[in-house]
Design a binder for this molecule. Structure first.
Ligand SMILES: Cc1ncc(COP(=O)(O)O)c(C=O)c1O
Length: 379
């Protein structure tokens, strides 16, 4: 049984066909529509589609004008690109440890990591659980830090009833197939700030600074328009946006199903003292992009043995994510010690992501729960 599986139906096919029939297949009317729908849903004034969440994070860092000498605080337990985006512009990714219970940034370790050079914090809503935004935003205000929300896993997640991605300065989302909705690869960046939006539009489009709207045309056929920035090609295609629009139309159903499946796992596993189940503190919404459990005792050896046993039963699992400070690039560059961020290290070593996908059956969940209990007993 696979870890995850996207849900497509005739709606995606219909919109993709409509796109192909129109002959306009790169960033055009469907991308604009996708952006509009996404912005409304996440209560942001602007949304820009990109090739990935990594591209969205890169654009966000550049729009904020971060540069060498600046420090950007990043949780130590996250996907690598939450940190890479700072390094892309020569800024320094500075790690802060996470909380065992939420896997998210600990506001206290965040505060301890702030220095006079800190300009921004990347707040990750890991596995679909909203980070403690009230405390984090209060710190950001106090120390005048930009807040980039890495909401790669958190399409549709709310904090105190408000969609994440619109709470900080800039929000970044992923449409990779393991995420809540997918366009194959793809991402979105959200903000209320018009100037940053215009910068990101240019950077996404080779650095073109002239025609920011798809409908804008040069005054003369021989005008090429200005390119005053060093930009990239980070544009989503209309074919992908067609899929994204169909996925957005299903979003509420997908979220409800994920929540139901997660709650059922919790019912099935609640009595197992050896593992910690995912929970959500007050105000923090959870969309269960991943259902990640933690093996309380026995460390990595026991966790690995359990995963291997599940593997022999064709149950695919993965560790939650990386302790980024232990990865070669960061460990070597900043001489970081594995034990420096102990919670992140323990989370990488002892977490297991269980399969959870739309269409999962009761029998599949029962089989996984029973197999896990058996593996725990024999490990
Ligand atoms: C927290 C987090 N940030 C960023 C990313 C990168 O997203 P993408 O693959 O769309 O670049 C991921 C992907 O797994 C992620 O989990």
């Amino acid at each position: 049984m696979q870890l995850t599986s996207p849900k497509f139906d005739d709606h995606e096919l219909q919109l993709v066909k409509q796109c192909l029939d129109s002959g306009w297949v790169t960033q055009g009317p469907l991308v604009a529509q996708f952006e509009q729908v996404f912005a409304v849903r996440h209560q942001a004034r602007y949304a820009l589609a990109t090739t990935s969440c990594t591209a969205a994070l890169h654009l966000a860092i550049m729009a904020l004008g971060l540069e060498p000498g600046d420090e950007v605080i990043v949780p130590a337990f996250t996907w690598v690109t939450s940190a890479h985006c700072a390094e892309y512009v020569g800024a320094r990714a500075v790690f802060a440890d996470v909380e065992f219970d939420t896997f998210n940034l600990d506001p206290q370790t965040l505060q301890a990591a702030i220095t006079p050079r800190t300009r921004a914090v990347i707040v990750v809503h890991l596995f679909g659980l909203a980070a403690k935004m009230e405390e984090i935003m209060a710190l950001a205000k106090r120390y005048q830090l930009f807040v980039i929300e890495d909401a790669a896993c958190a399409v549709g997640t709310t904090y105190a009833g408000q969609p994440v991605g619109g709470l900080g300065d800039i929000g970044c989302f992923s449409f990779h197939p393991r995420k809540i909705i997918t366009t194959g690869e793809g991402g979105m960046v959200t903000t209320d700030n018009e100037a940053w939006t215009n910068t990101m539009k240019s950077l996404r489009n080779h650095g073109a600074t002239g025609f920011l709207q798809p409908a804008q045309q040069p005054a003369k056929p021989y005008h090429m328009g200005p390119f005053d920035m060093l930009g990239y090609n980070l544009r989503l295609s209309d074919i992908q946006a067609a899929v994204g629009l169909a996925q957005m139309a299903k979003l509420d159903g997908l979220l409800a199903e994920r929540r139901r499946l997660a709650e059922h796992y919790t019912e099935l596993l609640n009595d197992v003292a050896e593992i910690a189940l995912p929970g959500a503190p007050e105000k923090c919404g959870h969309t269960y992009q991943s259902y990640v459990i933690r093996v309380r005792q026995g460390g990595m050896a026991k966790r690995n043995q359990i995963m291997e046993e599940l593997d022999t039963l064709q149950i695919q699992t993965r560790p939650g994510t990386h302790a980024v400070h232990r990865l070669g690039y960061y460990a070597h560059k900043y001489e970081l010690k594995p034990e420096q961020f102990p919670v992140a290290a323990a989370c990488e070593d002892t977490t297991i992501t269980l399969p959870l996908f739309p269409g999962m059956t009761e029998a599949q969940q029962q089989f996984i729960a029973a197999s896990l209990k058996k593996a725990l007993g024999s490990a």
